[in-house]
Design a protein around this ligand. Structure first.
Ligand code: TSJ
Length: 651
């Protein structure tokens, strides 16, 4: 306890000592936080709101890492009040020379939290690592109860200011801390918590801190009587090993080796651990953390890991004669199908990059490289079956990469993308300016025929698709280039694929997928979107991909006619024209004549185009992975959920 009081002194003396940035913040006090909340929690949107919970929970996780707390409970209560409690030692409550209790300092002095518990490092910490006082400043009210094993101490704050000074409200034998707060509606755009957002982050923290139990409960009143109360209880003795198992389970892939590989190492105060397992897919899924913060921009720990992985796999491949002395497997080859979690805990982490999520400590690179070089090669020596499976997969990837390079070279030798090398099934448009040009990708000859006749050929190109669609996830670059269904799409769009995908070469700024409004049409849409997502992702991200929305019905009576794009519109049209109006239901594009197709689906004046957006790239990636797996069920679910990805543009 005395140690903590000394630490408070440090804060106070520094106020009139050196004026560095944090001292100035201390001087300004919590009012500064309320004035510029974004500076402290990133934003006042939904993300910032949830950030408050992470800030509080991180304190309990620190207590768990210090070995004094085993269980953390987070409750979402009525009115979107959050309560976080743990069974740790309890925040110190003793009074210090200035007359303030340590407890009060934690909640009223900026950055005070980080200065506690000197000696041990503060491992966890939210993105901005700002602590309890910021949460207090941004809460309409906040209450804290601390039990030191004897007394229960209580304090209450209003918008950061003490309302009820510290007092004892009862007795208790179990020590712990409980903080309850209501985020300030004057500060946040929304004060409604998402169970799923908290769930995801808390589960992640449970994976990262093996053995720590984190319970989440949604106690808000139910909307419907039959709704289940949501709750979770996360505790993983296996830590990040279990995280990797979970990730590979989620993407519904078969694994290349049963057991997750786990290595860990230490140097001075820094520790690193890595869990990895290959699946039979082709995507890399490397998630890294530094001090429990998701380092989405990567950094030294990732760099060190990749360098060592490349070396260990090449060494093994050579020693076991799986490749020749002069052959070399590249870094990208060993990432195919790799699911990997890297977690480092660093005494003084340096966060860099645009979003401060890139680890900059060079010593961590050395630590991780040495650890993986040594421990992974030992693992390979001791588990030759697993080693051969992994190296074999890497060699396959290298061959595919070579084949793709050759295929691309062949394609290039055929000359630049002039009309001669454009696919035969493309009816191009007259203008050459990509900004004005549209391409309709149409499955089926009759629909393509109508589209060609009905279009405005000045700016609308039609590409007819034919042949068997291949499962784009199973196929790698070389196969895609040679596939007779997709290679015309690649040629027509002109951008190239994967790392070579260059938006400046895009020949049409609107790429419109036009298919029937039935199951087969949905299937084609899904596959094409999958293809674009996997191989021409920049196109999706830049919003160049659209779905054409052909009408489902024509309602007519006498000369009066109306096209309806959904059932609601149909009902409205019937109401307008009278129940005796006739209804024609379009089963497919092929049933429309060229004029009808132009008027309803292609004419910019009338048509409905849905732009494909990727609001949340990560969520989308997960959905796409589900969609493309072997399992039929997730694919169907995706098609149903697809509506979520499109927003109507010009109605
Ligand atoms: F955010 C917060 F600060 F309000 C907060 C802190 C919220 C919650 C839910 C828990 C905690 C917290 C703090 N749990 N456990 C602790 N532990 C300490 O503050 C503590 C206790 C004793 C000692 C010591 O050296 O004796 C050191 C520390 C840091």
């Amino acid at each position: 306890m005395s140690e903590n009081l000394e630490n408070i002194d440090v804060i106070d003396t520094s106020v009139d000592g050196n004026y560095d940035e944090s001292n100035i913040q201390v001087l300004e006090g919590l009012e500064a936080v309320r004035r510029r909340p974004g500076m402290y929690i990133g934003s006042t949107s939904e993300a910032g709101l949830h950030h408050l919970v992470y800030e509080i929970v991180d304190n309990s996780i620190d207590e768990a890492l210090a070995g004094h707390c085993s269980c953390i409970t987070v409750e979402i209560k009525e009115g979107n009040v959050i309560s976080v409690s743990d069974n740790g030692r309890g925040i110190p409550t003793g009074t210090h020379a200035t007359g303030k209790s340590a407890l009060e300092v934690v909640f009223t002095v900026l950055h005070a939290g980080g200065k506690f518990g000197g000696g041990g490092y503060k491992v966890s910490g939210g993105l901005h690592g700002v602590g309890a006082s910021v949460v207090n400043a941004l809460s309409e009210w906040l209450e804290v109860e601390v039990c030191d094993g004897e007394n229960i101490h209580y304090m209450r704050f209003l918008r950061g200011d003490v309302e009820t000074p510290i007092k004892i409200i009862g007795k208790g034998t179990e020590s712990g801390t409980k903080v309850t707060f209501k985020p300030d509606g004057e500060i946040f755009d929304t004060t409604v918590f998402s169970y799923e957002i908290l769930q995801k982050r808390l589960q992640q923290q449970a994976f990262l801190n093996a053995g720590v139990r984190i319970v989440l409960k949604d106690l808000r009143p139910k909307e419907n009587e039959e709704d289940e109360r949501k709750s979770d209880d996360f505790c993983y003795e296996g830590g990040i090993r279990t995280f990797v198992e979970y990730l590979n389970g989620k993407i519904k892939k078969d694994v290349v080796h049963e057991e997750v590989i786990y290595v860990s190492g230490k140097r001075d105060d820094d520790i690193a651990e890595i869990a990895m397992q290959y699946n039979d897919g082709y995507n890399a899924n490397i998630i890294s953390f530094a001090n429990n913060i998701n380092t989405t921009e990567g950094g030294m720990h990732e760099t060190g890991f990749k360098a060592a992985l490349t070396r260990v796999i090449n060494d093994y491949a050579r020693k076991s004669k799986m490749i020749k002395e002069d052959e070399k497997l590249e870094g990208t080859d060993m990432l195919e199908g790799l699911t990997c979690v890297i977690s480092v805990k660093v005494l003084e982490a340096q966060f860099e990059g645009q979003t401060k999520t890139k680890l900059g400590n060079a010593t961590v690179r050395t630590l991780v490289t040495n650890m993986v070089n040594e421990k992974l090669s030992t693992f390979f020596e001791e588990n030759p079956k697993v080693a051969r499976a992994i190296v074999g997969k890497t060699i396959d990837a290298a061959h595919a990469r070579e084949a793709a390079r050759r295929a691309k070279e062949n394609a290039r030798r055929k000359g630049p993308l002039d009309s001669l090398s454009l696919p035969g099934k493309l009816a191009d448009c007259q203008v050459k300016d990509p900004r004005l040009s549209e391409i309709y990708i149409v499955e089926g000859d009759s629909a393509a025929g109508s589209a060609k006749e009905g279009r405005d050929r000045r700016f609308q190109a039609i590409l007819a698709l034919w042949g068997k669609m291949l499962n784009v996830e199973k196929a790698r670059a070389d196969k895609i280039y040679n596939n007779d269904k997709l290679s015309p799409v690649i040629a027509a769009l002109g951008t190239g694929i994967l790392a070579d995908c260059n938006l400046e070469k895009l020949r049409y700024h609107k790429v419109v997928i036009m298919s029937d409004a039935d199951v087969d049409g949905a299937h084609i849409r899904t596959l094409l979107l999958t293809f674009f997502f996997r191989f021409m992702r920049p196109l999706v991200e830049a919003g160049h991909i659209y779905f054409a929305m052909p009408p489902l019905y024509k309602v007519y009576k006498g000369k009066n006619e109306k096209y309806c794009y959904d059932d609601d519109a149909l009902a409205a049209a019937l109401q307008e024209m009278g129940e005796d109006a006739k209804i024609q239901r379009f089963k497919g594009l092929g049933e429309m004549d060229p004029e009808e197709l132009w008027e309803t689906t292609m004419n910019p004046e009338n048509r409905v185009l849905a732009r494909v957006t990727l609001e949340d790239a990560i969520a989308a990636d997960e959905t796409f992975t589900l969609l493309m797996g072997e399992k039929v069920e997730p694919r169907r679910e995706f098609i149903e959920a697809n509506a979520g990805y499109v927003t109507n543009l010009d109605v």
